[in-house]
Design a protein around this ligand. Structure first.
Ligand code: F6R
Length: 613
């Protein structure tokens, strides 16, 4: 989703701005742009193509300066066309980029139009540019403080003014923004970015701005002010952290797409996530976890999309192994509904990026209702989610570039299983022997996953048939119902085939009406306690001429037959079976999308990190 980079320096910072945009590219965007202070005026280049093309355009235009801002945009207000791309200008004086959504933009637009401001775009961002221009009094830092006090909604902004050539001002509320301090090579430089990763290799000295902060960047100095409850601002000091941010996308190697690479990285990602876990102890989740786990008697999981499905799987573990009542809520729903808070709840957020706006808002909402105990399972140690939560488990999936989440999902499941075992230990619901058996199974996961990945050629053969379909039904039961949901989501998002998932027992209550020979029915069939029930559900499908595609554990004795295609998985893997069963569903979605020729790593309309509501 949208990304921001900004800088002031005595050297030309345009290459750093463009490199920063390239590091943020994987999040998904539909246009990009750079604006600089050059020759006493504002200059900009914008494009609806890739950042690489923007770079060529910048070189051709001779754009160079020590002061500038840059942006990747994921359209919310207004189509992805050049005139809506950031940076936006006001009156040849103000240049501004923005992440987030301004909720009162209509009202502000009307007010500014009445004052004579002419709008060139449909964006909410241009409203902020004109507002800053309108309030400008010769001091950009002071002006931005007065401007943001008028905004409702979420924002991270970077702005500069023609009349103050060596100054960039940033502000954040509800969208992340960091300040970077120059290194030995350029001590005078100051940087802004929506993610420290954009500054990897440029500086490792990072200040995480807090909600409501406004920051003033000048050569060799900076100031931060915090927004007080009465909308006034007061100077504040924020800690400088040393952050060894990774540089984002790795090489593709022998793979066609990042998604394929990431599916195949899962054995390594799980092994890394479990590295250092010598035994089960609450302290795996941070200091003081034992005290917190003792103080709670229910779990509330908040997440979105794929992360919500990992939470839905964990509910089965938490209730059956740790015997702790667990509810799982879609973050965007939870934050706006009336719920009954219980202070003895452990609020668990799950997020690959750690920046998902809905999940962050749901977390804050839960806390505001009087539930102080929070824990996150997150893949980015430096993210807002980790900083906001009392406890954390950092998954080590590594950077996930493909928009469709794969290795982040399975490593989340690994983290959630550890949480289950730690809670079970504190609550006395597992014996040391049972715990040791579970831990051994976890450690064996990388090997077990290799065996599943070896099924790829068989999945490719199925994918050819799927590529010609427009609908698909996914079935699972119990612990594997969320896996069916995740399989359907993967297929939808990258192949654009409409897919629905149901608990298999629900078929006869409605969806069976959809079953014809044209409807492929994908079934997750582990050899668990529900297998016989599931086999009856498969008969219901076959009796209606439905074509079944079944991923069956080796020990299930489900055999290929007319209208019944079987891919044989390894033997049943007990409680951890969902981690194995999701993999062929990822491969099915991936190869179906390839056969349909879609943009697998950047599916239409989707962004990697959803930082707006
Ligand atoms: C789907 C997918 C999304 C994310 C969701 C939450 O493949 O990746 O559904 O899971 O947007 O993102 P995070 O986990 O970053 O909070």
């Amino acid at each position: 989703m949208c990304g921001i980079v900004g800088a002031v320096s005595t050297r030309n910072i345009v290459p750093i701005l463009v490199q920063g945009l390239q590091r943020l590219e994987y999040r998904g965007y539909d246009s990009c742009g750079v604006a600089v202070h050059q020759g006493g005026a504002l200059r900009r280049s914008r494009s609806t193509a890739r950042v690489a093309e923007l770079r060529q355009q910048i070189d051709a235009d001779g754009v160079a300066s020590g002061t500038g801002i840059a942006h990747t945009r994921w359209a919310t207000h207004g189509a992805p066309v050049v005139h809506n791309a950031h940076p936006h200008f006001s009156g040849g004086k103000i240049a501004l980029v923005h992440n987030g959504i301004i909720e009162n933009h209509d009202e502000l637009r009307a007010e500014l139009q009445a004052k004579g401001y002419v709008f060139e775009s449909q964006t909410d961002t241009e409203v902020i540019a004109h507002l800053v221009a309108h309030l400008y009094d010769g001091d950009l830092f002071d002006t931005v403080q007065r401007a943001v006090a008028r905004l409702h909604g979420a924002y991270a902004i970077a702005v500069f003014c023609r009349d103050e050539p060596h100054r960039v001002v940033g502000a954040r509320y509800g969208s992340p923004l960091v300040l970077g301090l120059g290194d030995d090579a350029d001590p005078e430089a100051r940087y802004l970015a929506s993610d420290a990763m954009a500054l990897a290799g440029v500086t490792d000295r990072i200040v995480y701005l807090e909600e409501g902060d406004v920051v003033d960047l000048q050569l060799g100095k900076h100031w931060i002010s915090e927004r007080l409850a009465d909308d006034n601002f007061a100077p504040v000091l924020r800690d400088v952290k040393i952050v060894h941010a990774h540089t984002g996308a790795a090489e593709l190697g022998p793979y066609r797409h990042y998604m394929q690479k990431e599916i195949f990285e899962q054995p390594r990602a799980i092994a890394d996530t479990l590295e250092g876990v010598e035994g089960i102890t609450p302290e795996l989740f941070g200091d003081g976890a034992y005290r917190v786990f003792k103080a709670i008697d229910r779990v509330l999981i908040l997440a979105c999309g794929t992360s919500y499905y990992s939470g839905s799987t964990a509910k089965y573990w938490l209730e059956s192994i740790a015997r702790i009542p667990t509810s799982v809520e879609i973050a965007s729903e939870y934050r706006y509904r009336d719920s009954v808070p219980d202070p003895r709840t452990l609020v668990v957020t799950i997020s690959q990026s750690g920046e998902t706006a809905d999940t962050l808002a749901a977390l804050k909402h839960a806390r505001s209702l009087g539930m102080p105990h929070t824990l996150t399972i997150c893949n980015v140690a430096t993210s807002a989610m980790v900083r906001e939560c009392e406890l954390a488990y950092i998954t080590r999936a590594g950077v996930e570039v493909g928009v469709a989440s794969t290795k982040a999902f399975t490593t989340q499941l690994a983290g959630l299983f550890l949480l289950t075992l730690a809670l079970a230990q504190v609550r006395g619901t597992t014996t040391p022997e049972q715990e040791a058996v579970h831990l051994k199974a976890m450690r064996h996961l990388p090997v077990a996953l290799q065996a599943v990945l070896a099924l790829e050629p068989q999945v490719v053969a199925w994918a050819e048939a799927f590529a010609r379909k427009e609908n698909a039904l996914f079935l699972g039961r119990g612990l594997h119902y969320p896996i069916a949901l995740e399989g359907a989501l993967k297929l939808k998002e990258i192949s654009y085939i409409h897919a629905e998932a149901y608990p298999a027992g629900e078929l006869k209550h409605g969806p069976l009406a959809l079953v014809t020979s044209a409807m492929p029915v994908v079934t997750v069939a582990p050899n668990d306690a529900l297998l016989e029930k599931l086999k009856s559900n498969l008969q219901e499908v076959r009796a209606r001429g439905g074509e079944l595609f079944v991923f069956a554990d080796a020990d299930t004795r489900i055999e290929n037959a007319e209208g019944l295609h079987v891919i044989r998985m390894p033997e049943h893997y007990g409680a951890l079976s969902p981690i194995l069963h999701v993999v062929p569903l990822q491969l099915l979605a991936y190869h179906t999308a390839c056969a349909r020729g879609t943009d697998v790593d950047k599916p239409r309309n989707l962004a990697k990190s959803v930082t707006v509501e």
